[in-house]
Ligand binder design. Structure first.
Ligand code: NAP
Length: 345
């Protein structure tokens, strides 16, 4: 049993970007107690940096899904190694992906959970970064809600990110003309030159509404939205008849107080016969094996490429997390806190 356990506690609710004074790094004794029956002790190896964690840090009224209580560790999805076990399904040494917290060690009662095992032969980094929640989200959003047909025009916001880049490439594989919206020339060049998109709009330097008119003269058939705000408004203004809007995320609103704002002019949806649907990847749990099968084969064949942005240091977690919001992350943002995250078994 470990005697130390560093943790990042949430001390106050951020206004805007997460600041160091919203957190406290403690060398506490939380979760160093002996295990009860059914519990496992895990060593966290890496954390996925998910934008929605910023919502969990907000007031309960602003976080519809979950809220991190003040004085408790920041919750996060982690890949981890079981280091002590009182549950025969999860022996010492197994590697799993589970909801944990910014803590070096954690105790989990797995009796009512079904954490995903990391298969032998792939690292925790690859399992979370390439075949993790973001790729599954992109897969279900595009295939189940977008239902793309060859020749249709798909526009993806946040297109150079972890979720967006996979969504855009699945659309391309399904025969769509794909236009990505991203921040900066480097990201737009990557989308065009490496991901094979048909067009890219740099929202830092271009007027998105008029750029969409240029790129999509017949309107947008499918809009996959990771961003919301002005970008969603511009897309709504350019939707084609019978278009589909896939609401995946609203990252532009996560650092603002209050609920994410809607776009104006609902009549566009009526006159355009437009279908708009929000979703969570977890709506499709039964379909995950097929999704992983498809994603794995597309990635192995090179039909879909992914970028991992792997950073390290437990003490750096807050600044690593904030890279999601200044756009400096180049693909799936992972915070590695133990070199064991590179191991293949
Ligand atoms: N529905 C679900 O089940 C589900 C699951 C996973 C993720 N998501 C959502 O998917 C979206 C992408 O998440 P991810 O983990 O893949 O992150 P990501 O796209 O890899 O990284 C976030 C990117 O968002 C862009 N961004 C940040 N602030 C922005 C702003 N104010 N306006 C416009 N763009 C901004 C930045 O790219 P630029 O440099 O291009 O601005 C940044 O690199 C998020 O909205 C997330 O909540 C939803």
């Amino acid at each position: 049993m470990t005697s130390h356990n560093r943790q990042w506690l949430l001390r106050s609710r951020p206004k805007g970007l997460l600041q160091m004074n919203n957190l406290e790094l403690v060398n506490g004794n939380h979760d160093v107690r002996p295990l009860k029956s059914g519990e496992i002790r895990i060593r966290n190896l890496l954390f996925q940096c998910a934008p929605t964690m910023r919502n969990w840090m907000s007031e309960p009224s602003n976080s519809l899904y979950r809220t991190i209580d003040l004085g408790t560790p920041v919750q996060a999805l982690a890949a981890c190694r079981v280091v002590e076990s009182r549950n025969s399904r999860y022996p010492v040494g197994s590697r799993i992906i589970i909801s944990s917290c910014w803590s070096e060690y954690d105790i989990i009662d797995v009796s009512e959970l079904s954490p995903k095992f990391i298969p032998e032969g792939i690292s925790a980094i690859e399992s979370v970064g390439k075949l993790g929640i973001n790729s599954l989200t992109a897969y279900f959003g595009i295939t189940r809600i977008g239902q793309p047909r060859p020749g249709e025009t798909l526009v993806v916001s946040g297109a150079a990110g972890s979720t967006g880049s996979v969504a855009a490439q699945i659309g391309r594989l399904k025969g769509c003309r794909v236009i990505g919206i991203a921040g900066g020339k480097n990201k737009c060049d990557w989308l065009m030159n490496e991901c094979g998109l048909d067009g890219a709009i740099d929202y830092h330097t271009e007027d998105v509404n008029s750029a969409l008119k240029d790129h999509c003269p017949n309107g947008i058939d499918i809009f996959y939205d990771n961003v919301g705000g002005q970008i969603l408004q511009a897309a709504v203004d350019n939707m084609a008849k019978f278009g589909r809007i896939i609401l995946c995320g609203q990252i532009a609103a996560y650092n603002q107080d209050g609920p994410a704002p809607a776009f104006s002019n609902m009549m566009r949806l009526i006159y355009g016969s437009i279908h708009m649907q929000g979703f969570l990847y977890s709506d499709y749990l039964d379909d995950i094996p097929k999704a992983l099968n498809d994603l794995t084969s597309w990635m192995q064949s090179g039909d879909i490429i992914t970028r991992l942005d792997v950073r390290s240091g437990f003490e750096n977690l807050p600044s690593i997390f904030n890279a999601l919001f200044d756009g400096s992350n180049q693909g799936s943002l992972l915070a590695v806190i133990d070199d064991d995250a590179h191991a293949l078994a």
